[in-house]
Design a protein around this ligand. Structure first.
Ligand code: HEC
Length: 233
């Protein structure tokens, strides 16, 4: 597996030094856009490689309770996210979903990739009509055309960092879906292909989005970014 030199060079180096190196080295480099397989968490990759091949855990999707999900430190999550972000944008740019295709320049809301459920590390971005999201719990009900995106990655048993699915919420005209404040939920697979959109194509595959987000009715059906990961603007 090929590994960017900035990642290799951090092996065995104290975290504080890694952090300061990362300020310069972990920025996305436009001329060397990483592929998903070139992003690794060095600490996990090196302990995986030290195991005899027969003793290595299967490099499969971590499943809670079956295969443990690697837990990353904050610095590892940030470095892995900065490495994989260009790949997530490439997937978005080639997607069949027109909203996702235009999303690379949206305003990032989270200060860094942060841990979500199921071993995912995520970040949240909004289109210009959704800037009211920046006021979080105190924010207004967002206008028609506001779109919020959540994308992220997972770290695997081998240390590989791979793109995850991408999630959209788009505010639709009044009456679209009164159950959830007229938000439309769209799930886009890690390949960039749309899985389904609520009350639209393959809507049954994404009804589970409604079931959960309904519980956030007190705050416009949004869950928001935890305070410690909000970008200070
Ligand atoms: C089991 C509950 C649950 C389900 C199911 C769920 N979400 Fe979420 N969603 C969350 C939580 C919690 C957050 C806050 C960020 C995080 O921790 O992942 C969130 C955040 C989001 C955000 C960022 C906006 C916000 O709420 O702050 C989007 C966009 C989103 N989800 C879309 C979707 C889509 C699309 C689906 C279905 C494919 C879906 N969600 C299914 C719980 C859920």
């Amino acid at each position: 597996m090929s590994v960017p030199s900035s990642f290799r060079s951090t092996l065995g180096v104290p975290t504080a030094l890694v952090l300061s190196l990362c300020v310069a080295a972990c920025q996305p480099q436009p001329e060397t856009v990483a592929t998903s397989e070139s992003c690794v968490v060095p600490r996990i990759a090196s302990s995986f490689e030290r195991l005899p091949p027969a003793a290595r855990p299967a490099d499969e999707t971590p499943r809670s309770g079956i295969l443990p999900t690697p837990v990353l430190s904050d610095a590892e999550g940030v470095a892995a996210g900065d490495c994989i972000r260009p790949t997530l944008f490439q997937i978005a740019a080639a997607s069949d979903n027109v909203r996702l295709r235009g999303s690379a320049g949206w305003t990032r809301i989270s200060a860094q990739f942060y841990p979500s459920e199921h071993g995912r590390y995520i970040e949240v971005a909004v289109n210009p009509l959704a800037v009211g999201y920046l006021r979080f719990e105190d924010g207004p009900s967002l206008p028609v055309g506001a779109v919020i995106k959540k994308h992220g990655f997972r770290a695997f048993q081998s240390g590989a960092v791979r793109p995850g699915p991408q999630f959209l919420m788009e505010k639709m005209p009044p009456g679209y879906d009164p159950r959830v404040g007229d938000w439309k939920f769209t799930l886009i697979a890690d390949t960039g292909t749309t899985v389904g959109e609520t009350l639209g194509r393959d809507g049954d595959k994404v009804e589970f989005c409604v079931a959960c987000h309904k519980s956030a009715w007190r705050q416009n059906f949004l869950f928001f970014v935890p305070p410690e990961y909000r970008r200070k603007s």
